[in-house]
Design a protein around this ligand. Sequence first.
Ligand code: LIP
Length: 270
Amino acid sequence: MKSSRFPSLQKSAVAAARGAGGLMRLHLRRTKKVNESCHHDIKLDLDVRCQRAITRLLARDFPGIPVLGEEGIDERVRAAEARWVVDPIDGTVNFAHGIPHAAVSIALQVREGDAYATKVGVVYDPFMDELWTAIVGRPALLNGRRIHVSKRRNLGESIVSLGFAKSTESLDHMLPVFNELVHRVRKIRLMGSAALALTYVADGRFDGYVESGIRLWDIAAGGLIVQCAGGVFEPGDTAEEFRHSLNCNNRIIDRELKAAVVAGLARGAR
Ligand code: LIP
């Protein structure tokens, strides 16, 4: 796919994100229809409606590009030249409880050999009206203005965000990491949206973000935004398709943060 197409692809993704974001704003304080509910997760009918609206708009502009989404995966996504990666509401449990910290995440990935590389990323927070965008090789932007990761130099002056995903296993895996980090950083923050945790690292609000068991659609767009803002974003693969472990940061604290996570995991393994 020619890189000259990326700006028009991003324009459609922004329009789709703003459309879904408008639905989120409209419904934040309304009763929401729950499709599924389990111990650490909720699936809303609005998740499905937002993904349908996003898919319709993207297909109108780019009919040949399939969608890999949290609410449904087009089987063509495993072999297509390009694919959209969509989380229609990232932070669904926050949103279900009326907490205005959730976002629409849309990425465009292009096949490179056996893998896919993210070339366009859009994350829209409809409650703060913050639109985060990136095209590979160009600066990351917040509402059109260039952003950059923080310059904080050590964990002691850092805010690190953690995510506990949705399973008991990921909780058990991450709690020792929490116990290690909480004594070494300025503050830990658990906010409930991976996409926004990544954009906050890109904008220098957070200095790092760590989560295990996170899904590709939660992090694809935000990860490119972090990279284009000068940060480190290196998702680790797991045995499960589209599920990753993640340690992202401002690049300066990378070594110290990774060492602390390893120490926490070792503590948990005892
Ligand atoms: C959420 C992630 C969050 C994670 C949650 C959930 P969703 O995505 O953004 O980081 O901790 O378990 O996966 O399900 O709200 O789109």
